[in-house]
Design a protein around this ligand. Structure first.
Ligand code: PXP
Length: 245
């Protein structure tokens, strides 16, 4: 089993601060390039249907500048597929999207829309763009991802991150651990993300099949006080230490 674990930095919240005032700063592309210098292995930008944070011009500017890779997070719509195919990111991550939610709330229900998603993913497979499905840690969803030909999954760690009690958190961690091993045994690449912080990341990073963790909100919050380079280095170091134990 590989000892490597990769950090994807989500810069959406830099754009959230900018959009709150409708000005041209702070710039998520600048944040992405600084995060790469600090050791990020990839950058996530989520272009939402309502454009509440990342704007089209942000992804258009970052994509050709990327030194690592762009993980383009999106809803599985025709509009977004067209944009993704014009950007040709290394990865796309398909997520459910509701206008009224504060952030991505649950995993994508792949099992319930296999026929549509199979065709959708096939377009990316043919174009050489790797598709990751953001799903809850659930065997039925994993089986559905295999059935539709998706090569990568991202396990939703929100329930783990939000658990207030130790026992509940351990139960959520077990679900993620079991799901990661099951998906890996079926040949899927396994990533995870949502709600991860410098304080709760170690247990997820320690799960052997875990390939990449995508972290945004807490990292950008830490960057307010530490600077983005220190925040990236700190969480990546915690991930690497957890993996090497
Ligand atoms: N992965 C996916 C698919 C997400 O939707 C998000 C939230 O935008 C993240 C990772 C990062 O979550 P957080 O901002 O809580 O670190």
């Amino acid at each position: 089993m590989s000892k490597s674990i990769y950090l994807g930095v989500n810069v959406d919240h830099v754009a959230t601060v900018r959009q709150a005032r409708g000005v041209n700063y702070p710039c998520p592309v600048h944040a992405a390039l600084q995060a790469e210098i600090a050791g990020a292995d990839g950058i996530t930008m989520h272009l939402r249907e309502d454009r509440r944070h990342i704007q089209d011009r942000d992804v258009e500017r970052y994509a050709p500048l990327a030194q690592t890779k762009l993980n383009f997070e999106m809803a599985a719509t025709d509009e977004m597929q067209k944009i993704a195919l014009s950007l040709m990111p290394a990865d796309v991550c398909l997520v459910p999207e509701k206008r009224e939610e504060l952030t991505t709330e649950g995993g994508l229900n792949v099992a319930a829309q296999q026929t549509r998603l199979k065709d959708y993913v096939a377009v990316f497979n043919d174009a050489g763009v790797q598709t990751s499905m953001f799903i809850d840690p659930d065997a039925e969803q994993i089986d559905a991802c295999v059935a539709i030909g998706a090569p990568v999954i991202e396990l939703h760690t929100g329930a783990y991150a939000e658990s207030k009690e130790r026992r509940a958190q351990d139960a959520e961690l077990k679900k993620i651990n079991d799901a990661a091993h099951y998906a890996n045994s079926l040949g899927l690449v396994v990533n995870a993300g949502h709600g991860l912080t410098r304080y709760n990341v170690a247990a997820i990073a320690a799960i052997a099949p875990m390939n990449e963790l995508n972290i945004g909100h807490s990292l950008i919050a830490d960057a307010l006080f530490m600077g983005i380079e220190a925040a990236v280095k700190d969480i990546k170091q915690r991930m690497i230490e957890a993996r090497s134990q």
